[in-house]
Write a new protein. Structure first.
Length: 299
């Protein structure tokens, strides 16, 4: 029964990892950019929610309605002011640019708020620790279930957006070949800015989930970026539903690892991530070795 409980808790934890990995996966799938400021931007959203709740008495869920449009605007400006320009310098330049942006955000937050940890848990009454008791050994947290459902709705909504809407089709066309999409009337600059804005909205939701379920500080972003990156890679970079699978796999691995030892929480997740990387590398080499090689016949 303990094993079943650990798996359930791991699945619920995986919902959070899928939520925070969603924006990273979406940006990579659309623009082939690994946004190293992803975690710092989630922490920025968390602090914005904290200020609105602590200073103005707003419920975090009401404050989210104000923060998400602001995050969308940040995404638009990020694409137009940083990513669009840095992409002209090659593949490495956007990575370095977002790395620098992350450092700037972290230090500005530290200067404004200091190193103290904060949380939104005190502003949502008992939601942060309420649970349903399934058996004497199994309890399911209400907030964890809410976060998992939010991840499913968010990923499903993005999938429908890409498949059923005009802007979604434009995003997919731009991701496939921006130059060709421009030839048929798609404004690639607008589409990329809109896609980044959408990604930042998902980052804002992830920041809210982090602030509700745990504590955060100005330098909590890199760890969230690692979790998001591992979930994205495990599930397949650019795959939305794969992100959910990757998050659940990572969460279950960490939950089971914690049963072995306190340090096993992180080690098990990293080990699964490394194992999947190695499997993909060696499986890819095996497949390429079995493919027939065609040689040009001499004239």
């Amino acid at each position: 029964m303990i094993l079943v409980n650990q798996i359930i808790q791991g699945v619920l934890l995986g919902g959070y990892y899928a939520l925070i990995a969603c924006g990273l996966s979406f940006m990579f799938g659309v623009m082939r950019i690994i946004n190293l400021a992803h975690g710092a931007l989630a922490i920025l959203a968390a602090f914005a929610l904290f200020v609105l709740a602590d200073s103005y008495g707003l419920s975090p869920f009401v404050a989210l309605l104000l923060v998400l449009p602001a995050m969308a605007a940040i995404g638009w400006l990020l694409q137009r002011g940083v990513l669009e320009r840095s992409q002209r310098g090659g593949v490495l330049t956007p990575i370095l640019s977002t790395f620098g942006l992350a450092i700037v955000i972290e230090n500005l937050l530290f200067q404004r708020f200091g190193a103290d940890t904060r949380s939104l848990a005190p502003y949502v009454d008992t939601l942060s620790y309420d649970s349903w008791s399934v058996t004497d050994d199994i309890s399911i947290g209400k907030l964890a279930v809410l976060i998992l459902l939010a991840a499913i709705v968010e990923l499903g909504g993005l999938q429908l957006l890409l498949a059923k809407t005009q802007i979604g089709r434009a995003i997919r066309a731009t991701a496939e070949d921006a130059d060709t999409a421009s030839l048929v009337g798609v404004d690639a600059r607008f589409v990329k800015a809109a896609a980044t804005a959408i990604a930042m909205v998902t980052v804002g939701i992830a920041g809210a989930a982090l602030a509700l379920r745990a504590t955060f500080d100005p330098y909590a972003g890199p760890m969230q970026l690692i979790f998001a990156f591992e979930a994205t890679v495990i599930g397949g970079a650019g795959s939305l539903w794969g992100t959910l699978v990757g998050g659940v796999v990572l969460g279950v691995a960490q939950s089971l690892g914690a049963q072995v030892s306190p340090q096993g929480f992180f080690l098990a997740g990293h080990a699964v991530f490394l194992a999947i990387i190695l499997i993909r590398v060696f499986a890819g080499e095996t497949i390429r070795a079995k493919l027939p090689r065609f040689r040009r016949r001499p004239a």
